[in-house]
Design a protein around this ligand. Structure first.
Ligand code: NAD
Length: 491
């Protein structure tokens, strides 16, 4: 029997039109159907936008202290239901239960930071810019805002945006990835229990048509996007052409430089977690290790051993360290890229293809792979793989390694492993990426810092999270003010 279809959450009400096409959502570990997701039409998106537009005047007039009261409740419910939500994430996205709990923690931290909005959205002022004249800059919400999110962090990424948008007085529409819509549905069950006024927060399922309806809708003022680079670029262009604010985070190809003076035990362990954690489906996954001088041979041997011994399986099973990739199509694509790497002259040190997990033969499992001697400029040295594959290339100096890093088209993250402060400093100063790790494998900014992708990894100027989130969701108004009095009239 097919699972019941999911519904949209519009104006505080769960809705579904009979004629909506439905797409199966599969558990990537079993290929079994988990849910059916409706693909909304332009009309359904319009319903959500109109409801948000209607709710906006009262919501923006609600004191910020009251608005964050609803977020305190949401934080409490997220804490209470974290394990249920984490199981849902694992079942629809494939990552391990521990990884699912970890991403939820990062999401909850954004709710906590947004609760600081009474301070974060404060303006600035000067008294007496001229005699008897004061000037103030205040922050006001935009109106209807929307976020379009990817499959790989269904618990965390909606919370990069939603709490900041509503805390600052906007109404907000989430369009999650149609591949992982169940986590968002469960998140909105909790939102429903937080007594937000109808229309303030809405959930609209769907794919490209729903995205385009949001981008073209004249009442949507701002769009946040996270996903692959071609779609991020397209969304940014279309949103900007329609006069909207946009912040669009794209894909990545994250290089990690390994110096001969790095602590090899620590480096190997951290690099294995970075490259193979979440089955490599992280925008901050280490994708190319650039070994320098004597680090080459030792790191290659150690990482190959770590890759080959990683326990792969169903994410809810104890001791499993890595789950499946998201789909059969994704698995085939990554297998094809390994083949391309080999044809371009790379050596396959560990081949994760063609292996099965007992009891889960239908799942989209791909074991960790390591390829060495990647030729500079080849496909594998530049393309985002988004699977459990680490490529190794070798250079003789830190300067050459930094040149390799800066030649890449992306700029989401670059890391260095070293015990030298001078090497670390040079790297931090010169590497052309917005998130830098020093002896860190996944340099994910905390919620109170911006998630700072650069180049092909980001289109826009204000990033997700932190003060950037507050600035993105507010417009500044400057007021120049004179109140004539006996005293000022004298001038
Ligand atoms: P995706 O680009 O396929 O989809 C992202 C969203 O865009 C989804 O909601 C989807 O419905 C929508 N979409 C897809 N195709 C579209 C189209 N042609 N027109 C309009 N909308 C469309 O991305 P994905 O596969 O879900 O996620 C993985 C990608 O996201 C990777 O490239 C990863 O690096 C990137 N990512 C980036 C960050 C970051 O912070 N930079 C974080 C997480 C994921």
């Amino acid at each position: 029997m097919s699972p019941a279809p999911l519904r949209h959450y519009i104006e505080g009400d769960w809705r579904l039109r009979k004629e909506s096409p439905l797409l199966d959502v599969l558990n990537p570990a079993t290929a079994a159907p988990l849910a059916r997701v409706p693909l909304s039409s332009k009309e359904e998106v319009d319903e959500a936008v109109q409801a948000a537009h209607k709710a906006f005047p009262a919501w923006r007039a609600t004191p910020v202290t009251e608005r964050i009261g609803h977020l305190f409740r949401l934080k409490q419910l997220l804490e209470e239901r974290a394990e249920d939500l984490a199981r849902t994430i694992t079942n629809e996205c494939g990552k391990t239960f521990r990884e699912s709990l970890g991403e939820l923690r990062r999401g909850i931290e954004n709710v906590e930071v947004a609760i600081g909005s009474p301070i974060l959205m404060q303006g600035v002022n000067n008294e007496d810019v001229a005699r008897g004249i004061d000037e103030h800059m205040i922050r006001q919400p935009l109106g209807v805002t929307a976020a379009i999110t990817p499959f790989n962090f269904p618990g965390m990424i909606p919370l990069w945006f939603l709490p900041y948008a509503v805390a600052t007085g906007n109404c907000f529409i989430l369009k999650p990835s149609e591949r992982v819509p169940v986590t968002s549905a469960r998140l909105f069950d909790l939102i429903d229990a937080c007594d937000f006024p109808p229309g303030v927060l809405q959930l609209v399922h769907g794919g490209k048509d729903a995205v385009e309806a949001l981008l073209d809708h004249p009442l949507v003022r701002a769009v946040s996007f996270v996903g692959s680079t071609p779609v991020a670029r397209y969304v940014y262009g279309r949103a900007a052409a329609a006069g909207k604010r946009a912040q669009c985070q794209g894909g990545a190809k994250n290089p990690v430089v390994i110096m001969p003076d790095a602590d090899m035990d620590m480096t190997t362990q951290i690099m294995a977690d970075s490259a193979f954690g979440c089955a490599g489906q992280r925008c901050l996954a280490a994708s190319v290790a650039v070994t320098v001088g004597a680090a080459g041979k030792e790191f290659a041997e150690r990482i190959a051993e770590a890759a080959a011994s990683r326990k792969v399986g169903y994410g809810l099973d104890d001791a499993v360290q890595m789950g499946p990739v998201i789909s059969g199509q994704s698995k085939a694509r990554v297998e094809g890229l390994i083949e391309t790497g080999a044809q371009d002259g790379a050596r396959i040190l560990v081949d994760g293809r063609g292996k099965q997990v007992e009891g889960y033969e239908d799942g989209y499992f791909l074991f960790p792979s390591v390829l060495s001697d990647i030729p500079p400029g080849s496909t594998l040295s530049r393309i985002e793989v988004f699977g459990p594959v680490l490529s190794l290339c070798h250079v003789e100096t830190l300067d050459e390694a930094i040149r390799f890093v800066n030649d890449g088209p992306y700029g989401n993250m670059a890391c260095i492993f070293t015990s030298s402060g001078a090497h670390a400093r040079q790297f931090r100063h010169e590497a052309d990426a917005g998130n830098i790790g020093v002896n860190i494998g996944v340099a994910a900014p905390m919620a109170f810092f911006p998630f700072s992708g650069w180049n092909e990894s980001f289109f826009g100027d204000l990033h997700a999270q932190s003060r950037h989130g507050v600035e993105f969701y507010t417009q500044t108004k400057v007021v120049v003010e004179r109140w004539p009095s006996e005293w000022t009239r004298a001038f």
